[in-house]
Design a protein around this ligand. Structure first.
Ligand code: SF4
Length: 368
């Protein structure tokens, strides 16, 4: 394959103001602690399409631990939401092919029947979505929806369930929860709906909470409040949290660990603090370069050249190679012909890249 022109490398340094927001505990807490509640091994998710099979997720392996927040990051179509929906068995088995293993609190999800999945949903793992207006039922009062979720997993009276719903609304900071419980979702503001979704997700005290872009539709002030809420509820409930986002500012704010995905595959894993401060994969580096920084003088936003590839026709070799500014630092045409393995690049860090000395190369690129 002929070499494509290498676009100019952004010269700004990785924004440190975002990294500084991560709690200091990450610096000393090098070894992940907490019981593993989710273990995903070699997960592949495919969907049929008129153009051919869509390889939405390939060879994905990771784990989530109680008390820790794992951020899954990547552009649209990177596989982050598809893989997380698979954890709750939300893909139609007739319209998808799922292989590999998803062990949720010791139960295998791949191939599990609907009764098993129903038992685990909400009770062991729950999901909060980007758009609570479409996730909450518009015809049912908010309190009733939370109470129903509680009744589905607990042998209690309707009265007890209703009290629990009000308690949950109070816990997530909704003022006058008694009155609010009797209202419909459309009577709530965007921020309050998101809080109600979180109350619904946590009502059964699940071990795992998956938050799919929970703050994307909210303004910055409400976004900060929701992130603070997720953090404090995690401390209270001790759950594992998986945060799906394309916003590295959000990652810096709340995450312990990070998994960066590109074109359906993991490309970098490690402690959030380390990865954000010293990315080793060119894609992570490019994502960070394109983060707006309050300390930058430039009025131009950096972007990653090109677009994510089609998941039906992935590029040969490394899927990122058509957009990668570092590929000419790898000898020969390995980037265009050989898919790199996800390998340990330094203690606690894995990358999927052929670069032998990625930090050095990316530091030079950032400085050029
Ligand atoms: Fe870039 Fe090559 Fe590394 Fe892929 S393998 S990220 S193309 S340097």
């Amino acid at each position: 394959m002929s070499a494509q022109p290498v676009p100019p490398v952004p010269s700004s340094a990785v924004p440190q103001d975002a990294v500084a927001a991560i709690p200091e505990r990450n610096v000393v807490d090098q070894a992940p602690k907490g019981e593993v509640v989710l273990k995903i091994t070699d997960l592949c998710v495919r969907f049929p399409s008129d153009e051919g099979p869509v390889n939405a997720v390939q060879d994905l392996t990771y784990e989530a631990r109680l008390g820790r927040t794992l951020a899954i990051v990547g552009e649209s179509g990177s596989g982050k939401s598809v893989s997380s929906m698979a954890v709750l068995g939300l893909h139609n088995p007739k319209r998808s092919s799922i292989t590999g293993s998803i062990l949720l609190d010791g139960t295998e999800i791949v191939g599990a029947d609907e009764a098993t999945l129903r038992k685990l949903r909400s009770n062991t793992a729950a999901m909060i979505f980007q758009d609570p207006l479409s996730a909450l039922h518009p015809f049912y009062k908010v309190g009733n929806q939370i109470a129903e979720a509680y009744l589905a997993h607990n042998s209690v009276s309707k009265d007890v369930a209703r009290k629990r719903a009000v308690e949950m609304l109070e816990l997530v900071g909704i003022p006058n929860p008694q009155r609010r419980a009797k209202q419909f979702p459309h009577e709530f503001s965007g921020g309050m709906r998101q809080r109600a979704m979180i109350a619904l997700g946590l009502v059964n005290n699940p071990k795992l909470l998956i938050a799919d872009e929970p703050t994307t539709a909210l303004d910055v002030t409400v976004q900060a409040q929701i992130l603070d809420l997720v953090k404090s509820l995690q401390r209270e409930f001790g759950s594992a949290v998986i945060l799906i986002t394309h916003d590295l500012g959000v990652v810096a704010e709340v995450s312990d660990d990070i998994l960066v995905m590109y074109a359906g595959r993991a490309v970098e894993r490690g402690l959030a603090k380390d990865v954000l401060a010293r990315p080793q994969h060119p894609y992570t580096h490019a994502l960070l370069q394109s983060l707006p920084s309050a300390s930058e003088d430039s009025d131009q936003l950096q972007t990653i050249k090109g677009t994510p590839p089609s998941l039906v026709n992935l590029p040969s070799g490394c899927s990122f190679h058509p957009r990668c500014t570092a590929r000419d630092r790898v000898p020969g045409d390995a980037c265009a012909t050989a898919l790199p393995d996800l390998r340990v690049s330094s203690p606690g860090r894995q990358i999927r890249c052929h670069l032998a000395n990625p930090e050095q190369v990316l530091a030079q690129e950032g400085a050029s």
